[in-house]
Design a protein around this ligand. Sequence first.
Ligand SMILES: [Zn+2]
Length: 198
Amino acid sequence: MAVADPIARLVKELAKLPGIGEKTAQRLAFHILKAGPAYASDLAGAIAGVVRDVRLCSTCQTLTDKDPCGVCADARRDSSIICVVEGVPDLLAIERTHEFRGRYHVLHGALSPLDGIGPSDLKIRELILRLEREPADEIVVATNPDVEGEATALYLTKLLKPLGVKVTRIAQGIPMGGDLEYADQVTLARALAGRREL
Ligand SMILES: [Zn+2]
């Protein structure tokens, strides 16, 4: 590359980000350079801070800078119902509906044998241990309505039902192959309200 080494180094790091190609990385690098030292320092600080300060909530496994997280610490939330989601963006999408007053459990993925993702790669063991500690009446499985999400829902049902907990699945309305994160609030609220027992 015909640019100074520090620029090449930044471009190389930026290009590792999802959706960022070499060209965009170069554009961003020049932008950062132009924006000046204060911005560069803020950006570097924010990046370092996110890795340093964000951890998993020991109860629900969401990303948080406080443990327990805001939802788990909120005594007004109904602890008898736990909504299981694949990722933090799904939790945020459901929170935006303002329809769900229970608690969450974040799996950090979905079962995908083809990609080598099995139960031990997800926060399933943490869910079981949590239920042993604080039993719930209902588990709402709100994984995505795609092959991996459905496989995960089936697996969880088989695992959880023998524990005597009611397992429900969010209703259709989220299109098959769709992504909870991008569902509009009304569709998502309806899917939650129309959940059925598994
Ligand atoms: Zn939590």
